[in-house]
Design a protein around this ligand. Structure first.
Ligand code: ADP
Length: 613
């Protein structure tokens, strides 16, 4: 309970800090909304009393009618104004929360991004962000305060109702004036409220269970819809392999499961909804009877009859609103807990504090010391007991068969994952100790599955919106994109892909790779790492790019992963991987002489690249 309270207070403070005007505005909206109905109740009662009175005055009636219309207008206009202003602030809050969820995803430890549980958590939060959690809290606060104000005014009127004495000596008047009448009234009132409160509580619990049961399926459905069916790039495979039927089948099965869950939940919503409406209406019937009988016994005039029935309805609504909102606010804490659990996920890479001093950049050495690494959930290590060193200015080639651990090596070097055994050191210090942001400035990379966004060409090269245009063009030329660049009429401002623009330019696989290489060159980091950067290029283009890149990154360190051994010639050292182990290392000539794995791979490939070899 204490934990829940803490979460609640944290959320209140978070919202207050994010949008300070939101709580005062919600309070103002609540008071205006609560006061509105009483204008009608009081003034229409006064009008009716005036009409029923023998000494009625037309001026007074006119005055009351104008007053009612005027106050009604002011109250509704003001409450609408506040309501819309509050809605705008809630929308703003939702956007900020949405941004915070995305920001967390961008900053969290990379390995968590691949965790399906964390991925599901993020999706689920995105799905309910507007209906639950902090955004809902604002409405709950408003409803709660509105209920309290309503209850306060209604209680004052209820006391007045019970104190009005029925006239006459008959049994009915005696009963209406007896203490048992208010007690009966209050007991029935309490029973109706308790039942409705119970029914609403059950509905909300069921709703939460339904949301939880459904979220996995719903996330899968969104993923299936977005990624497999509607995405331009995946559309090719879907068509060629006639995958529509399989996808549609999966989609329908998910829909059926969700519909089944909803049907089960909605049967219970229907039962509870109908029974609570019945109980409310029965109690209202009793109220009309009780107020009517008191009016018949001349406890008050006909105008007050309207006032008291209105007041009891308001009291009922107020108390029901209070209970329901308090319960909803309590249930809502679970969503707040889910939100904060996601936001509080530890970010180990951000814990490191050691600065990367500028002199390290001029003289550095990386060392893998007995590094063993297994991917989360994998049965066998992807790297086993790897030890090697490389430093400034060295060009290293990493070769080996598919799945031998080459990419994993550079992922570890970028600290996308941390090894379970051994250490990776930079100038003798474990890289886990360096400030991550600063440490990453060491590297420019072209990953195998590099990512080009549907932004402009220049933004993709520079990885930012404000950039050095001359440097971006130089990087594109360096990456061999020059001839294609010159065909683009908008140059660096060319929009890539068609996601956001009809005129977007599609890139071939090889062109995409060149843009990724240009981004690597633009960053101009001390150490470049290229994971099969030329896989989509023909051997001639590949040789051309390697030559250009070598000039570009002269004097800097580089790691090239390539499946074409012929392109590793120029590297000062070659690391040969097999089954996650560093089998051998040395120069091209030394490795050929050693007649080991490299020798075998070289001769196997030479058959296909006789000319090059
Ligand atoms: P290479 O680059 O030499 O082709 P990788 O380093 O990509 O090989 O992969 C080495 C091994 O690790 C492979 O067996 C691969 O299946 C596995 N692996 C790669 N990425 C992951 C991952 N995210 N989760 C689990 N296993 C992975």
């Amino acid at each position: 309970m204490k934990k829940k309270w803490k979460v609640f207070v944290r959320a209140v403070c978070f919202v207050a800090r994010d949008i300070p005007a939101i709580w005062p505005l919600a309070a103002l909206t609540a008071v205006t909304e609560a006061a509105g109905p009483y204008i009608e109740i009081f003034l229409s009662a006064a009008i009716l009393s005036e009409l029923a009175s023998e000494s009625r005055s037309m001026e007074h009636l006119f005055f009351l009618a104008v007053l009612m219309a005027g106050l009604n207008f002011l109250a509704s206009a003001f409450s609408r104004f506040c309501g819309y202003a509050l809605e705008t602030l809630r929308y703003l809050l939702m956007q900020h929360l949405d941004e915070a969820v995305a920001d967390k995803a961008w900053r969290m430890d990379y390995k968590l991004l691949g965790d399906s549980k964390v991925h599901g958590q993020k999706k689920t939060i995105n799905n309910w962000l507007y209906d639950h959690g902090m955004v809902a809290m604002v409405i709950q606060f408003q409803t709660l305060l509105q209920a309290l104000v309503t209850i306060g005014i209604s209680i004052a009127l209820t006391v007045e109702f019970f104190r009005a004495r029925a006239q006459g000596d008959g049994g009915l008047a005696r009963f209406l004036n007896h203490w048992s009448f208010p007690v009966l009234f209050l007991v029935l009132f309490a029973l109706a409220i308790l039942y409705n409160n119970w029914a609403e509580g059950k509905t909300q619990k069921r709703q939460y269970r339904f949301t939880k049961d459904m979220e996995g399926y719903s996330n899968q459905r969104t993923e299936l819809m977005k990624a497999c069916c509607a995405e331009y790039h995946r559309g090719k495979d879907v068509r060629v392999f006639h995958e529509q039927k399989m996808l549609l089948g999966k989609f329908e099965r998910l829909n059926d499961t969700i519909a089944g869950l909803w049907e089960k939940a909605s049967a219970s919503f229907r039962r509870l909804g109908v029974s609570s409406v019945l109980v409310s209406r029965l109690f209202n019937l009793f109220v009309y009877l009780a107020v009517g009988l008191k009016a018949v016994c001349r406890a008050f005039d006909v105008g007050n009859l309207l006032k008291y029935t209105g007041m009891v309805t308001q009291l009922g609504e107020g108390v029901t609103g209070l209970f329901n909102t308090a319960r909803a606010a309590f249930e809502n804490i679970r969503y707040l807990e889910d939100y904060f659990a996601y936001q509080d996920m530890p970010n180990r890479t951000a814990d490191a504090v050691r600065p990367v001093s500028s002199d390290i950049r001029d003289n550095y050495e990386f060392e893998f010391r007995h590094v063993t690494f297994t991917y989360p959930g994998a049965a066998v290590p992807s790297l086993t007991d790897v030890s090697c060193r490389f430093g400034k200015g060295e060009k290293i080639a990493v070769v080996g068969r598919n799945g031998s651990g080459k990419t994993t090596l550079i992922k570890l070097l970028c600290r996308l994952y941390d090894p379970q055994e051994g250490q990776i050191l930079l100038n003798g210090v474990d890289i886990r100790e360096y400030r991550y942001e600063e440490y990453l400035k060491f590297f420019s990379t072209v990953f195998q599955d590099y990512c080009i966004f549907a932004f402009t060409l220049g933004e993709n090269v520079a990885a930012e919106s404000e950039y050095d245009r001359k440097k971006a063009v130089r990087a594109l030329e360096g990456a061999g994109f020059g001839p294609r660049f010159r065909t683009l009429k908008d140059g660096l401002d060319t929009q890539l892909f068609k996601n956001f623009s009809e005129d977007g330019v599609e890139l071939s696989g090889g062109e995409g790779q060149k843009v990724a290489i240009a981004r690597c060159l633009y960053k101009d980091a001390p150490h470049a790492m290229l994971d099969e950067p030329t896989a989509a290029l023909d051997p001639v283009a590949e040789a051309d790019i390697y030559q250009r890149m070598n000039q570009f990154i002269r004097g800097k360190g580089a790691i090239y992963i390539s499946h074409r051994l012929s392109s590793c010639h120029f590297c000062s050292r070659i690391l040969v991987f097999e089954g996650g182990k560093l089998e051998e290392q040395g120069t091209h000539e030394a490795l050929l002489e050693a007649r080991g794995l490299y020798y075998k791979l070289w001769h196997a490939q030479a058959k296909y690249y006789q000319e090059e070899a």
